[in-house]
Design a protein around this ligand. Structure first.
Ligand SMILES: CCCCCCCCCCCC(=O)SCCNC(=O)CCNC(=O)[C@H](O)C(C)(C)COP(=O)(O)OP(=O)(O)OC[C@H]1O[C@@H](n2cnc3c(N)ncnc32)[C@H](O)[C@@H]1OP(=O)(O)O
Length: 215
């Protein structure tokens, strides 16, 4: 019980740090303060690194905050509340349909006032991954086809929805769209993805001791 409490507290703290860094990122990309203040804040932010870097994991080491499980990852760049790069998108799966929600700030700008196309691809890839995972095993994207129909507005609640189209052995084909919450019937971006569960040899080659997280 104590270990579970510790893990819950660590998750809360990681989420809090992610949220604070997201606020900082948003302030950094929208600021119009004078140049001296930019320089001063950069120094202050650099001073925050050593306390965090005092104990760090390396490539291939799962984050302890995830407790060694196969569930959602705290530091995912798409859905991870602890990762300031993530919007983060919140995902729920209802009757096999994955539904994601998020609002993109100015840190995700591509064309002026609209989202970057690469960020749309990130959100759609993630939702398609959740659709695939409804089959019980995580998979890797092997194909992702995108059609950008209309620009994705920033600072606007978005809805990302995905469903399975075809299942064949280790492969799943799925379809997903981005629209606004306000106008869910108008598709802004659509994606068709193919995911595969790596076979035993592939998983061992790619992930070594981490195979259990992907198969
Ligand atoms: C809460 C938790 C949520 C969890 C939710 C988690 C969500 C995470 C979402 C993010 C997922 C990612 O970003 S994954 C990261 C991005 N993806 C990657 O890095 C994958 C890189 N690719 C690879 O390493 C490799 O392709 C492997 C190991 C995956 C597969 O090796 P391979 O040799 O290419 O595979 P192989 O099985 O031979 O298949 C190759 C070809 O056959 C096709 N193919 C064969 N059979 C089929 C079939 N039945 N249906 C369709 N397609 C098929 C393939 O599309 C491909 O086409 P063709 O070659 O003939 O055209």
């Amino acid at each position: 019980m104590a270990a579970e409490d510790d893990l819950a507290e660590r998750r809360r703290a990681a989420r809090e740090l992610g949220a604070a860094l997201r606020e900082l990122t948003d302030a950094a990309v929208t600021t119009e303060v004078d140049t001296a203040t930019l320089t001063e804040v950069a120094e202050q932010v650099r001073a925050l690194v050593p306390p965090l870097a005092a104990a760090r994991r390396t490539r291939g080491e799962p984050a302890t905050v995830d407790g060694g499980g196969r569930g959602s990852r705290t530091y995912s760049p798409a859905v991870g509340p602890g990762n300031p790069i993530a919007p983060p998108m919140r995902v729920e799966v209802v009757d096999g349909t994955a539904i994601g929600r998020c609002t993109l700030g100015l840190a995700y700008e591509g064309p002026p006032s609209y989202g970057h196309g690469g960020i749309s691809a990130l959100l759609l890839d993630q939702i398609l991954g959740h659709v695939h995972a409804t089959r019980g095993k995580a998979g890797m994207t092997v194909k992702l086809d995108l059609r950008y129909r209309r620009p994705v507005p920033l600072l606007t609640p978005l809805r990302i929805v995905g469903q399975v189209e075809r299942v064949d052995g280790r492969w799943t084909e799925a379809f997903a769209t981005i629209s606004t919450e306000e106008d869910p019937d108008t598709v802004l971006v659509e994606a068709r993805g193919v995911f595969v569960v790596p076979n035993a040899e592939q998983a061992a080659r790619l992930f070594g001791g981490l195979e259990r997280l992907v198969r």
